[in-house]
Design a protein around this ligand. Sequence first.
Ligand code: GLU
Length: 298
Amino acid sequence: MLRTRFAPSPTGDLHVGSAWTALASWEMARRSGGVLVVRIEDIDPPRVVKGATRSILDDLRWLGLAWDEGPDVGGSCAPYIQSVRAPLYESVLDGLAARGLTYPCDCSRAEIARVASAPHAGEELVYPGTCRDADPAREMKRAPALRLRVPPGSVGFEDGVMGHFAHDVLRAVGDFVLRRGDGVFAYQLAVTVDDAAMGITDVVRGADLLSSTPRQILLARMLGAAAPRYWHVPLVVATDGTRLAKRTPGGTIKQLREAGLSAEEIVRTLREGLATNGTWRKEPWPIPAAWCRIPSPR
Ligand code: GLU
């Protein structure tokens, strides 16, 4: 049975871009008689905004996008809140460590930046492998991060929306972090472990995560899990093509709702943007000009 999920980070109100991926997951589940899971990705404490989980869930319900398993409805894969799933991530890390697949790294960002190959604008630094062969019992300069020993070779997949995508993870990002020095589990780890543990067959999310996918497929393989199918929908942008920011007028569902738009109207507009005659849109979708004329939030 198809199982898909919507996995918001509670960093603020539900924005139009997230609502669009939620709608795409919801439709995929409803069309196939599958299951929609909602999972709250709150593993990074400084980014979590108080009250955001409640407000995101309220907005989803108001839009009519009900889910089958999630934080407030329960389900066989509970809990659906990442901050309380830490013991699972910890045990997965223990398993990888026991197989010699991880190592501690006490490099600072600045140290990595000095040696890393210069990335293209906007890309992540490629970790040069400084600590790969260092003695793990050495005295650390600071609380170390834990990194995955990434095998060389291309990791590719067929995206349901964007088509073929592949890269060599070692060359593109290097041995990536699974747990930061401050003890916070990395998104790449938590998302891969949870998608596997929750039996997710189809991941629908924004195209900004396309380049994370080879890392997650690689990690899933190393954990002996089947990687899900992926559907990366284009980003929702402001009318001038720039990324939606928190303060973009008309950028959140709450603003549209307070301005008097109905849930039906919003969902209909988002649905029209997502696909035409069953063919997924591939280019970024600018929000309707009328939505941008809604007064900016204070
Ligand atoms: N929690 C992530 C976000 O809100 C989404 C992760 C995912 O869908 O894989 O950006």
